[in-house]
Each structure stands twice: as C-alpha cells, then as structure tokens.
Design a protein around this ligand. Structure first.
Ligand code: MN
Ligand code: MN
Length: 483
C-alpha cells in the first residue's frame, strides 16, 4: 500500500503535463502566481515550528527595548562577540558589539572584503507601542489608586481597556542606583488594568468615534484599592500603594520622575489556530524581525562583506532621539569601524546595502477594503519586501530603486527563500513609515523586508511561523552573500 500513492500521483502529473495546451504552457512561462509556502515546501513547517519555540520564549523575556537589548547583549557575549573598542583594527572574522544607552544594540562580524566595498546592514527596531507612565502618575480618586499614562506609538486606544497589563521599567534612584521593575509576568504576580465602561452605561460613549472610544486621558491604570489604616491622613489608598512600592523597591512618589515605566499586555506568546501555524503575541512589530535578524547575525561566520545587525529604539515615535535611527549613532559606529582599519567611511556608506527589517500588514479578509489585494502581502506566502512605505504619493519614505529590488530578488531566489511584495494598504487608505529613509539619507541602498502581520500594533499581533522562518532565512542569505 505504501508505494501506491506516490505512483498514482506521478501518473496524474505526467498526464497533466501532456494535456497542457500551448496557452497553458505560455501562461506558466510568462505569468506569476504567489505560492503558499506549505504547498511548495511542506517539509519546512516542522522546522519553522521549532524555530518559533525559541522566538516565543524570547518574546516573553523581552517585552521592552531595554529588555530586548539586555538579552541580545547576553546572546552576543555568549556568541563570542567582544565589546567594540574605538581605534582598534578589527580583522576578518572578528565579532564586535556595542549597546547604545541600554536601548539599542549594534553587532558586527568583520568580512573578508574591505569596508570600502560596503557593509551588509540589517536594521530592526525593538520598541513597540505601549502605555508609558507619566512623570507624576500616581493619584487617588473614589478609593482607587491609579496611574496616569501617555501612550507611546500608534495605538488604537480602545484596544487597551479591560485587559491585564504588566509594568516593566527602571527607576534611577537618588545617587544613581537603578531599580528594575517587572511585575505582572510571573505566575502569581498581580496584574494591572485600564478600565472601560459597562455597556449598560455606555450610551453616550458609544456615540464617540472609534478613535475616541477610550481617550488618551482615560488610559488610567488601576493599581490599588485598599486604604492605609491611619484615618488621620489624606488619600489613604494612594499612601498604602506608596508604602507597598517603598517596601518592594525603595522608591517614593518623587522617584517616578526619574523612571521609565511601560505598561504592556501581560499575556504570553501563544500558538494560534488548530494547526498551530501562527504565533500570537504582544510586540511582534518589530521583535519578529529583530529576533530573526539577530539570530542570523549570531550564526554568521567569515562573511565576505562585514555584517552589521542594528536593533534600534524609537521607531514607533518617528525614530527621533539618540537611540533612534534619525540620530547618528549607527553611522558613527560604522565610521569608527572604518577609522580603526584606516578606511574611508563615505566610500563604505556609498557601497553598503541595508535591509530595513520591519513588518508589513498582512491582508485581512475581514477588512478587505483597505488593502489592494494584488499588491498586499498574505500570511504564509513568505517574507515581504516593501519597496516603499509612506503616504500621500510616496511622501516620507525611501522608494527602493529597481537595482536594489533586483539585488534582493536575486539574493532570495538564489537562496531558495520564499518572498512576496506588499504595499502598506491601498493608495490613500492611510500609510506608515520605517527606518528605511533614515538609512537611505546616509547614501546607503536600502529596502524594507519583514514579516506580514495581522492586527499590527494591537496588544496581540499574529504572524505565520513559516513567514517568520523565511525572514530568518532571508537575513541569513544577506549575511552570507558574496555579492
Ligand atoms: Mn515596525
Ligand atoms: Mn510599528
């Protein structure tokens, strides 16, 4: 019985091949249809599943840019990377890294060719949309202790009510000691929550536009409800909360001003679907590209071109700030690498190629009208190359040239990586941006490549495991490329 099925299949295929008309053969030669990865390479699913186990574990450890940078540094140190020293001559095969202000990471493997022939740079961002605590966040109202927040990045505010949140961050105490806060993640930890209105009383609220379903100043987090026992003091619920914070972290109300604390969804990364073919998690934009690009960099051995993996911060708020790509920190690092080897930075920049590793929207049949289905990316059809992002007639973006598109297409095809193109939605449906333009503005060839996501920027985003694995293979191919 075992052998019969493949024989039958082959017979059917042979017959089909013979029965093909001239038109069918011509169509096959000239037209293009995007294949499903599972049809083309069914053997890959088990490998992708295994790969994503490591990814999910990493996502749970690294829910903020600081945590991602911390764990990335650990992996780099374990992987034999040395802290970068300015002025040193690094030779082929050397691996170096540096961390910018605990929120961004640069890791490089020196190639056989001189730097003036260009670097192969992959850039992903490790910040994600969330709720940041305000500098003066804690207050009491109606026997509840609450925290005021200011949202970070493009969130849909209504999505952040009535679900468990965890608090992550640091407080730099007087004298410089840093206290880490991470509560809401371990089994048995308390969680926190932004309230929403009950439907019974939401008649007025329901008339609001969706964008104002929950307003910015309504994103207040409940953190306590028991009063301090002494009735002689005011705001006893707030005081009791402060007492608990002081006991646990040694901080006072004034210390919030010296803190960076982020409220993020408290739930874990999970498999999604009966077939377990997707990962659902917070912060996959853009940790899905950061993780895959970092894995590729860690595995790079004696590349032809020097590889540089950049894990950057602040993309979600426009890349401004000294840990964002609109600052010079990455380019100063390349310059320092060049100086150490007595090479010309400007020549290196002009010859470099960069994959701006970021997610794109996956076509969602429930909201089909905002996509242009012939140019949308689809889950399970491979990593997505995005020639340009932006809005209003390609403004605010780097539109990759045909030569760079041709380079990446050849690179991936030759490596057997399945990929697709994707525009960020239909023309004038909205828009967005990535770090690509900040790289391109330094005279470096760049194109966006990443993983298609469903529910991008939501507290729980979905990505297909096969696409995640393809993104990893794409970054590997780029690092290993001799062209
Ligand atoms: Mn992104
Ligand atoms: Mn984003």
């Amino acid at each position: 019985m075992k052998n019969i099925l493949p024989c039958i299949r082959k017979k059917v295929i042979d017959v089909k091949e013979k029965e093909k008309t001239e038109g069918q053969k011509l169509a096959e030669k000239l037209t293009f249809t995007q294949a499903h990865i599972h049809d083309e390479k069914p053997e890959l699913f088990e490998i992708a599943k295994e790969f994503c186990e490591g990814y999910k574990t990493f996502l749970e450890k690294a829910k903020t840019e600081r945590e991602f940078a911390f764990h990335a540094e650990k992996l780099l140190a374990e992987g034999g990377y040395q802290p970068f020293e300015r002025g040193r001559f690094y030779k082929a095969g050397d691996k170096v890294y540096t961390v910018n202000r605990k929120k961004a990471v640069l890791a490089a493997t020196i190639g056989e060719k001189p730097l003036s022939e260009g670097l192969h740079i992959s850039v992903a961002h490790i910040d994600s949309p969330r709720l940041d605590l305000k500098p003066n966040p804690l207050y009491e109202d109606a026997d509840l202790a609450l925290l005021k927040t200011h949202y970070y990045g493009g969130i849909r505010k209504y999505q952040w009510g009535a679900m468990p949140l965890a608090l992550h961050g640091v407080v730099v105490k007087k004298g410089g000691e840093t206290v880490e806060i991470r509560i809401g993640e371990e089994p048995g930890d308390p969680v926190f929550c932004v309230n929403d209105l009950l439907p019974h009383l939401a008649a007025e609220q329901s008339k609001r536009t969706l964008g104002e379903g929950l307003k910015g100043e309504e994103l207040n987090i409940v953190v306590g409800s028991l009063p301090y026992a002494d009735k002689e003091v005011k705001e006893r619920v707030k005081l009791y909360t402060l007492q608990l914070l002081y006991e646990k972290y040694g901080i006072t109300e004034r210390d919030f001003v010296r803190a960076e604390i982020e409220a993020v969804p408290a739930f874990k990364a999970s498999d999604v679907g009966f077939d377990r073919a997707m990962v659902g998690a917070y912060g996959q934009d853009d940790r899905v590209c950061a993780y895959t690009a970092l894995q590729a960099e860690l595995e790079t051995k004696s590349p032809a071109f020097t590889t540089l993996c950049v894990l950057t911060d602040k993309e979600e708020i426009g890349s401004d700030g000294n840990t964002g790509l609109n600052s010079d920190y990455v380019f100063h690092f390349i310059e320092a690498l060049c100086e150490g080897r007595g090479e010309d930075y400007k020549a290196a920049a002009a010859a470099s190629k960069c994959l701006s590793a970021d997610v794109n929207a996956a076509f969602d049949p429930t909201f089909a009208s905002v996509y242009e289905k012939r140019n949308a990316a689809y889950c399970n059809r491979g990593c997505v190359i995005t020639k340009y992002t932006g809005a209003r007639g390609k403004s605010d973006t780097s539109d990759a040239g045909a030569e760079m598109m041709g380079y990446v297409a050849d690179l991936l095809d030759e490596a057997g990586v399945m990929w697709q193109t994707g525009e960020l939605g239909a023309v004038d449906a909205g828009g967005g941006g990535t770090v690509a333009k900040y790289v391109a503005n330094h005279n470096i060839d760049v194109v966006d490549i990443g993983v298609p996501l469903l529910s991008m920027h939501a507290p729980f985003e979905l990505a297909a495991k096969l696409d995640i694995y393809m993104a990893y293979l794409a970054f590997r191919a780029f690092a290993d490329s001799k062209k």
